[in-house]
Ligand binder design. Structure first.
Ligand code: PHE
Ligand code: ZN
Length: 884
């Protein structure tokens, strides 16, 4: 049994299989107002080789055992020991099979943690990953225990006409007293974390899909009453995902039905339960009036991600939670590839890299650092991190780069074939690519074991006499909080030698040092290597780490002139974007080192001109131009400063740059932000979204330059979709906070969307992120607003989470009021929903990087939090590790 009691640490090296093999699960859930009765029948067999007297140890969490029988006989108390979090049964048959029947009674209405069986707006819903199943029944609740499930649900028909579970529906019927039942059968063996039940009065959108082998699958997207029409884009994204996985990876769906349910109260984005995905409704429900283009892209990605889990996660699952990246890193990689194919690949890559840098890099460089495959944990909920997901995806991407497309596909095919039905490990996964690619990945495996972001240093020199270009690559990794080693890793570095007309030049490369050269990829394996390129007529521009081919911090000693040239010429569009983005980030960072009030402009005019030129280049996709115009965020600049950060100075620098760019490009921004026919019918496709993104970015610059809200007010009023309306409102709420134009637009927005919680979240979030000291008082007002509730995770995230992570100015107010406010709220939230409290608390982890005043206040806040009696294991774990 893997138990994670308070303070107890679970270690990867302690893994051993269970003493009993589970052959099948048969459950009956009887749902009533106020409680649910659960009857679970488990068919076990003592494992070959297990001790004959080993007891059966089952996990529980806040459970009460009503009864237990083995092979039909009620057990006397001497045979078992039951506590809320464990059930130990002894004197079981020394060999062969037996059946355990358990009865538990649970209270879904009181389940505010939203783990296990809970009720959301009257709907019964489960969430079992990672360890929620043990809140429903006693069970060997670990991912390597796989079994087929048969589930019967009973409820009052008027309250819950819809009864759903995993697998295929096999039976339904009426019962006495206005009750009814349904039976679901899931023939695919699965771990308990993929179990799901949903029951309630739901609407649905129905469709069907014919798979590549000609089977028809019934598709359903279930929503709260009246909202089914808003599920049509999700349904469309689902069908596109199904087609894509067949074409790209040869993966076909396997059951007769596939259902998605949208739920208002949900801790995460969504959950891949077999045949019954459960979603936070923000990733299902939308139409042009209530959702932005970003929301559309989010729905598409999350629908695809959960669907793709059917093969990478469900058919092949994880042996233990240390292997979480086996399903998550791989599935994120797959959803990124899907979005790249469905949308614009460069723009998608830029977005993924921005995300990695904004969330994963700081995690990997601070006290919460851990390897992609952690070696130990106290609370597994705290390991659903950017490192496991996003760096995990980067690691898979590097495997694909090392093998090339054809061999990567061969390796994936082998993985699916060899491990279908298994609870697998990272070693199993890597072995498939070693075989398919005929290469040794033992050094590569360090990516899973060593925490931290490596630094890749690149220098170059041109020998005009010999017409030789020498490129030296060096890697280094510093020991961080995780203390996991600093050996050189395998870094695939995609590159190009760019000529003056923007063409990629061919050149012979000669390697010295530990590296190899394969096509356009240098694979650095040692600390240092040098590649000498010959056969060049004149000096090329080195475009290195194309497409961000390895998750490293790049230090490329390259002049401003060369970077400006690459920003104009690089045929690799990702690097064309990065050339300018790096220049800007470095300039902002060095300006942020100067004292508050220093007015010397951060950006030289050559940089601003280059930026405006790419914004004005009609040859480039509008979405790309919008990305180019998006300055590094304040937290990016803070991360690059590394120490002694003054968030007020960072804000001042970034904002001044925005004003300066706006002023210099005013004519362009006026042109880009006006004159769009607002009567143009709405389409959520990537191209149309790109045009709206460019126009809204331009509008923000324009208002920054003029200091006049009029253009934003006009767009707010004329808007015919949420993207344009919210784009305008964001400008008003952030740049003109407190002014009449802002207040009246916010009031109008509230009145328009009062009845839609998803839209109200945007209203809450915009105010919580206004970059003014007064926002501390604003969030306090928002937390007392009648529509605020700690019971809804989305609402909590939009007020506490957006404030703590997205408002550098107010959260870090020099008097410490922002810190105190968040800490106080988290302490209260912790008693309701510890998972969400722990997640928001991770913002405190950066405390060491701030100037002494804020640093002391942050440290003190963390100390006070850590001393609160009765803190949850989730929050205690984050607070304790952050203080290190
Ligand atoms: N497995 C889910 C996903 O990434 C995330 C999740 C984790 C949801 C834990 C709920 C609980 O798709
Ligand atoms: Zn996932």
């Amino acid at each position: 049994m893997q138990r994670t009691e308070d303070g107890q640490i679970v270690k990867l090296t302690d893994y051993r299989p269970t003493d009993f093999v589970l052959r099948g699960v048969d459950m009956t859930l009887r749902l009533f107002e106020g409680h649910a009765d659960v009857v679970t029948i488990l068919a076990f067999e003592r494992r070959e080789g297990a001790a004959a007297d080993a007891p059966l140890c089952l996990d529980g969490d806040e459970l009460i055992l009503e009864s237990i029988a083995v092979d039909g006989e009620i057990l006397p108390p001497s045979r078992y020991e039951a506590t809320p979090d464990a059930l130990v049964v002894s004197e079981l048959p020394e060999s062969g099979g037996f059946e355990v029947r358990l009865e538990t009674r649970i209270a879904p209405e009181e389940n505010t943690k939203l783990m296990g069986l809970f009720r959301s707006n009257g709907i019964w819903c489960t969430q079992c990953e990672a360890e929620g199943f043990r809140r429903i029944t006693y069970f060997p609740d670990r991912p390597d225990v796989l079994a087929p499930y048969k589930v019967r649900i009973e409820a009052e028909k008027a309250v819950a006409p819809v009864l759903l579970s995993n697998g295929n529906p096999v039976e339904a019927g009426e019962l006495a007293d206005g009750r009814h039942y349904a039976v679901w059968d899931d023939p695919f063996k699965k771990p308990s974390y993929l179990f799901a039940v949903v029951a309630g009065d739901l609407d649905a959108l129905h469709d069907s899909f014919v798979t590549m082998s000609g089977r028809t699958v019934a598709l359903g997207v279930y929503t709260e009453k009246g909202r089914a029409p808003q599920a049509s884009y999700a349904m469309d994204a689902l069908k596109r995902s199904m087609v894509w996985d067949e074409r790209r990876f040869g993966r076909e769906y396997d059951l007769d039905v596939f259902n998605v349910v949208a739920i208002a109260d949900f801790n995460m984005g969504a959950m891949e339960n077999k045949g019954l995905n459960v979603f936070n409704h923000k990733y299902v429900l939308l139409d042009q009036d209530i959702a932005t283009d970003t929301d559309y892209a989010g729905v598409e990605t999350v629908i695809a991600h959960e669907y793709f889990h059917n093969w990478t996660g469900n058919r092949i699952t994880c042996r233990d939670w240390f292997q979480l990246c086996l399903k998550e890193g791989l599935t994120v990689y797959r959803d990124q590839e899907f979005s790249a194919d469905e949308r614009e690949p460069t723009v998608q890559r830029i977005a993924s890299v921005r995300r990695l840098k904004a969330h994963q890099f700081p995690e990997d460089q601070g006290p919460l650092q851990h390897p992609v495959r952690p070696g130990e944990y106290r609370e597994i909920n705290n390991f659903y991190t950017a490192t496991v997901y996003d760096k995990g995806a980067e690691v898979v991407r590097m495997i694909a780069t090392l093998l090339g497309e054809a061999d990567f596909r061969k390796g994936m095919d082998l993985y699916f074939e060899r491990h279908d039905g298994d609870a697998a490990t990272i070693e199993d996964f890597l072995a498939c690519f070693e075989e398919a690619g005929g290469l040794d990945l033992s050094q590569f495996a360090l990516w899973y074991a060593q925490a931290g972001t490596p630094t890749l240093t690149v220098s170059e020199s041109w020998d005009p006499k010999e017409r030789r270009h020498t490129v030296t690559l060096r890697q280094s990794l510093t020991q961080g909080a995780a203390g996991t080693g600093t050996e050189p890793m395998v870094l695939p570095v995609r590159f190009g030698l760019v000529g003056g007309n923007g063409e990629d030049r061919r050149a012979e490369g000669d390697v010295s040092g530990e590296a190899r050269l394969k096509d356009d990829v240098i694979v650095l394996t040692g600390e240092e290597a040098t590649i000498t390129f010959t056969g060049l007529s004149d000096r090329p521009y080195l475009s290195v780490l194309r497409d961000f081919s390895a998750p490293v911090m790049l230090e490329h000693q390259q002049s401003e002139a060369e970077r400006l040239a690459l920003g104009r010429l690089d045929p690799n569009l990702f690097n064309r974007w990065r050339a300018l983005d790096d220049l800007i980030a470095e300039a902002l960072t060095s300006a942020a080192r100067r004292p508050l009030g220093d007015e010397e402009p951060a950006l030289k005019s050559a940089i601003v001109d280059a930026l405006l030129a790419s914004a004005d280049d009609d040859e480039l996709a509008p979405a790309f131009r919008a990305q180019a115009l998006t300055l590094p965020g304040e937290s990016d600049v803070a991360r690059q400063l590394r120490e002694n950060v003054d968030p007020d100075r960072v804000h001042e620098v970034v904002d001044a740059a925005r004003v300066a760019i706006g002023a210099k490009g005013l004519a362009l921004f006026e042109r880009l932000s006006t004159g769009r026919p607002s009567a143009e019918p709405f389409s959520p496709d990537a191209e149309s979204a790109g045009r709206r993104a460019l126009a809204n970015t331009a509008l923000a610059y324009r208002c920054a330059a003029t200091g006049d809200p009029a253009a934003a007010v006009a767009q707010y009023r004329a808007a015919s979709n949420m993207t344009d309306r919210l784009g305008a409102l964001a400008i008003l709420a952030h740049r003109f906070a407190g002014e009449a134009a802002c207040e009246s637009a916010l009031d109008d927005f509230y009145r328009r969307y009062e009845n839609d919680d998803l839209v109200l979240d945007k209203w809450f979030a915009l105010q919580a992120t206004a970059p003014t000291y007064e926002a501390v008082e604003t969030v306090e007002r928002l937390a007392n607003h009648p529509r605020f509730t700690m019971r809804n995770p989305n609402r909590v995230r939009t007020v506490f989470g957006s404030f703590a992570a997205g408002n550098q100015v107010a959260f870090h107010r020099p008097d410490g009021a922002g810190y105190r406010w968040v800490a106080e709220k988290l302490a209260a939230l912790d008693r309701i929903n510890p998972q969400i409290a722990a997640r928001i608390a991770t913002t405190f982890r950066a405390w060491r990087s701030f100037e002494p005043g804020r640093r002391a206040k942050l440290e003190e806040t963390l100390r006070q939090l850590s001393e609160i009696k009765g803190l949850s294991k989730d929050l205690q774990d984050i607070v304790d590790r952050s203080r290190k």
